[in-house]
Design a protein around this ligand. Structure first.
Ligand SMILES: O=c1[nH]cnc2c1ncn2[C@@H]1O[C@H](COP(=O)(O)OP(=O)(O)O)[C@@H](O)[C@H]1O
Ligand SMILES: [Ca+2]
Length: 428
């Protein structure tokens, strides 16, 4: 595991996050962990762990973070991460919650191997679900979550209150922003130049940035702005999570199948798909049949018009972002890597117009790209439309495509772990 030696500098809680414990709780926890007069001396003795599950719409992932407290007066440092994932996500087990929880158990077994036994009881484990569970009925989502809670309670780890739940979409954006800006060193020291973040999941998408202009704050709807404190600064972030605008939900919307009572055998067509295609697709526990326009048009132009209906006028467009550059990950990264716009391991820097160029290339030569994924044309066209017509980015807006920084995944889970540890008094 590579050591990134990054001090945890996230010190305070969101007023809106339900993570705050009483002061007395915090002190107790801390005393238990580092009893007075028994100051840990070697690095091993002062290592601690945090386990955060991301129950995403397309997969479940475990992030096991290792931290080292070098000395009592210094802030803990992030030492590394163990990451593993399984597909499909919990929402695919909407009708078999026990089976869904088994996938979590398999991942949790990794943590049993990774965390030394004497620290199990002091290692917190938390699972936060995102858009996949948000889209399920309350009853089905709760059934899944309570099975997961049971798995946690049967494990040897520390199970805090609220250890299993559905995360608010705005927290998803803010926590990812904290992760990226922490990993890139923007949250410490002087001359902070924070970067905005774009996350494209399967079922929802988030945009988050720190507005620089008073004008942006004035023209932004109140529920797109969240304040929180870190060190002695207050950050007022612009963030929004658009449910139903993730890449896979957008496929359904483009096909006209999103939120539809799908009749058995019903076929959905699109000009974004290879003409002769006829196939089935399972998403969120529902089976969809889809195919190309056998007789009608196919290719980039008609596809863009179809996709445009999904995004046009549906998203707030802050003027300020047109000239800024953003970090983009998740499906932005995956689709850019799939089409060699960036290196799969290294990531890279792109402009919005690169996605459009690639979308044209793929959509106008659909049969050639068919083998990789029949949805490649639709996905790239959606990304292009989302960036340009949805958020209002310019053709030359720069995107930094990133999967990992210092060998740590760029995921909201790290930001969430900071808050978890904070709430347990393991950082200060
Ligand atoms: O920690 C991570 N590392 C790498 N990729 C991730 C991680 N978390 C999410 N992803 C990416 O997120 C995308 C899927 O989104 P997800 O399943 O989280 O949907 P949701 O956010 O709408 O619930 C995929 O591109 C997947 O590779
Ligand atoms: Ca996600």
């Amino acid at each position: 595991m590579a050591s990134s030696r990054l001090p945890i500098l996230i010190a305070l809680a969101f007023s809106s996050l339900p993570f705050v414990l009483s002061h007395s709780n915090r002190v107790m926890w801390f005393q238990d962990f580092f009893p007075p007069n028994v100051c840990p001396i070697n690095a091993k003795a002062n290592t601690f762990y945090g386990i955060m599950f991301d129950a995403g719409s397309t997969g479940t992932r475990i992030h096991i973070y290792t931290f080292v407290q070098k000395s009592p007066e210094n802030l803990p440092e992030l030492e590394g991460e163990i990451f593993e994932s399984v597909k499909p996500g919990l929402s695919a087990y909407a009708d078999q919650p026990e089976k869904g929880a088994e996938t979590v158990k398999k991942l949790l077994d990794m943590a049993i191997d990774a965390v030394p036994p004497h620290l199990w009881k002091k290692t917190p484990v938390v699972l936060k679900a995102t858009a996949g569970l948000r889209l399920l009925s309350e009853e089905k989502a709760q059934a899944l979550l309570s099975e997961v809670k049971e798995v946690f309670e049967e494990s040897p780890f520390l199970v805090p209150e609220d250890s299993v739940g559905i995360m608010d979409g705005s927290h998803e954006g803010i926590l990812a922003w904290i992760t990226v800006n922490f990993l890139t060193g923007q949250l410490s020291g002087q001359n902070q130049q924070t970067v905005g973040t774009l996350d494209l999941g399967g079922a929802s998408t988030q945009i988050t940035f720190l507005p620089r202009f008073e004008e942006t704050l004035k023209e932004t709807p109140g529920d797109f702005l969240t304040s929180f404190e870190m060190f002695n600064s207050t950050y007022k972030l612009y963030t929004h999570s658009y449910l139903g605008f993730g890449l896979k939900a957008a496929r359904l919307a483009t096909l006209g199948a999103l939120n539809m009572e799908v009749v058995d055998g019903q076929m959905f067509h699109s000009s974004c798909l290879p003409r002769q295609l006829e196939a089935e697709w399972h998403f969120g526990g529902v089976k969809y049949r889809y195919g190309g326009n056998k007789e009608g048009e196919t290719g980039f132009k008609p596809c863009y018009l179809e996709v445009l209906k999904v995004v046009k006028g549906k998203l707030h467009q802050p003027d300020e972002i047109r000239g800024s550059s953003f970090y983009a990950f998740s499906y932005y990264y995956d689709r850019a890597a799939d089409t060699n716009l960036i290196d799969y391991e290294q990531g890279g820097v792109l402009e919005v117009r690169d996605f459009e160029r690639k979308a044209k290339e793929v959509c106008d030569n659909m049969e050639r790209y068919n083998s990789a994924s029949p949805f490649l044309c639709m996905d790239l066209t959606y990304i292009t439309a989302l960036l340009k017509e949805g958020f209002g980015f310019r053709d030359n807006t720069v995107l930094q495509l990133t999967k990992k920084v210092n060998n740590i995944e760029t995921s909201w889970t790290l930001g969430a772990t900071f808050y978890l540890l904070q709430s347990l008094g393991m950082t200060y």
